[in-house]
Design a protein around this ligand. Sequence first.
Ligand code: HEC
Length: 195
Amino acid sequence: MTFRKSLLVAGAAFVIAGMSPVIAADQPDINALKAEAKEIVQGFFKELKGTLVSTMKEKGPAGAVDVCHEKAQEITKKHNKNGWKVGRTALKIRNPKNAPDAWEKAVLQEFEKKIAEGADPKTLVKAEIVEQDGKKVFRFMKAIPVKKPCLNCHGEKVNPDLYKTIKKYYPEDQAIGFKLGQLRGAFTLSKPLEQ
Ligand code: HEC
């Protein structure tokens, strides 16, 4: 190798080495995004649950459906902050507005598979940076298991009068027939990483 050539090689190596910290600094911090997503889910869940529990106590399950019908989407929108889009989705949905897109559907199927293999739904999360329309987007999902109070409105034996109220608002409802501990759906969050 001539002196000139080796200088070039050294120079190129220097440039590449010098560039890597810049690239690293540009890389989104997936762990930080994951932590932020988990915090948003906690706040969102707390508010949904609080509203559900208090209206169930005050007005019973049918009254709670009346309230949920308005409040669930309102509370969802309220938690869209700092570029984050927040929601709930499922394979079997009540509100068509909560229908999963292709990525969400695949993740829900992956969660179902893991549960069938013995995983605890409480622990299931998925975080990934995907490309949408040529731009990087951080996406996050956290599984929602069926608990006892959920069976009132999502179980195998939903009170027929209550189900009439549900059908009034959601004529295409698919979200019944669930058993305790099954996967009801998931929280789903996304944040664009590029403008
Ligand atoms: C009082 C009846 C009621 C109870 C109890 C209830 N839900 Fe729901 N659930 C609803 C209604 C109504 C909707 C549709 C909300 C909307 O319009 O977005 C819904 C929607 C959902 C969704 C969003 C996806 C979809 O199907 O549209 C999830 C996930 C969900 N419920 C999980 C649960 C879980 C988990 C519990 C127990 C902790 C629970 N629900 C208890 C009535 C209920």
